[in-house]
Design a protein around this ligand. Structure first.
Ligand SMILES: [Zn+2]
Length: 289
């Protein structure tokens, strides 16, 4: 399903691919890279590579080199220098201060065992005085009634419902690290990026990130979530599930496999080089996926 909004309605287009440095690229992450690349290039826009490295305990040494090598091997060339979320700590600090000023932030001393099944604060911590030196995370209250739904370019209307909205969520972890939702909201908002194309497994996060953007007075980008790849057992292809590293000796085939997954027209068999395949795919990129 598509909406009347197309990538070319908003210019200039700025899109991105934002992998975490937790291992080499696999077929599932290549699909996200390719879809965001094609969408940007079809619109004549910029495509940025951002490494989402705000979780050092999960980082795997050497991943960034493997990711950039794999993208380059597939001729997916990004614009400008690689960006790193780890270099944006000041912006995240400022965002936390701003959120505190809105009154939506509260300290939570819940541990995994006291959180609710939904991952929300399970002990009404917001009604308690939790001192600075007591271990705590920072959470944001999510007033779903104040957030409008949005039109996903590929998945259609996404209303905010009790199922998609949680009462609160974490923005700074107990260990002091910034939470994924905070960093994504700060870095994905306009004018940094106008269009976000990523896997549908992140759809549930989008309302939370849009809520943070709204609290921070930022404009949300246009979102398009693509179907994720599954392995033979029906599990999402992911590093956690042991998805194999891409074979860089067969990059044209990898690109063709991704285009098939994205329901894009097959490039002619005469197109053997990555560049030829990508040129065809950019020209024929369609939102109806
Ligand atoms: Zn709590």
């Amino acid at each position: 399903m598509s909406t009347s909004l197309t990538a070319s309605d908003i210019t200039p287009y700025r899109g991105r691919f934002a992998p975490s440095p937790t291992g080499p690229l696999h077929a599932g992450s290549l699909v996200a890279a390719l879809a965001s690349f094609l969408d940007a290039r079809h619109a004549g826009g910029a495509w940025v590579l951002r490494i989402d490295d705000i979780d050092p305990p999960r980082a795997v040494a050497g991943s960034v080199g493997l990711i950039t090598e794999a993208l380059s091997a597939h001729d997916l060339h990004w614009d400008g220098a690689v960006r790193y979320q780890s270099q944006s700590s000041d912006a995240y600090h400022r965002a936390l201060q701003q959120l505190a000023e809105t009154g939506a932030l509260f300290r939570c001393r819940c541990t995994r065992s006291t959180l609710s099944d939904q991952g929300t604060c399970g002990q009404r911590c917001e009604q308690r005085a939790i001192s600075d030196d007591e271990p705590h995370s920072l959470r944001v209250r999510f007033d779903a009634a104040q957030l409008a739904g949005f039109a996903d370019r590929f998945q259609g209307m996404q209303p905010v419902t009790p199922e998609t909205a949680v009462a609160d969520f974490i923005v700074r972890r107990r260990d002091g690290l910034f939470a994924y939702q905070l960093a994504a909201a700060v870095d994905d908002a306009q004018p940094h990026f106008t269009h976000i194309v990523r896997g549908a497994d992140l759809l549930d996060s989008t309302h939370r990130q849009r809520w943070l953007m709204q609290l921070l007075g930022q404009t949300s980008p246009c979102y398009g979530h693509i179907a994720v790849m599954h392995d033979g057992d029906g599990n999402k292809l992911s590093k956690q599930n042991g998805a194999p590293e891409l074979d860089l000796a067969r990059t044209p085939d990898n690109l063709r496999d991704c285009l098939t997954h994205l329901h894009q027209p097959a490039p002619p068999s005469s197109a053997r080089e990555n560049g030829e395949i990508l040129d065809y795919a950019i020209e024929h990129w369609t939102l109806h996926i």
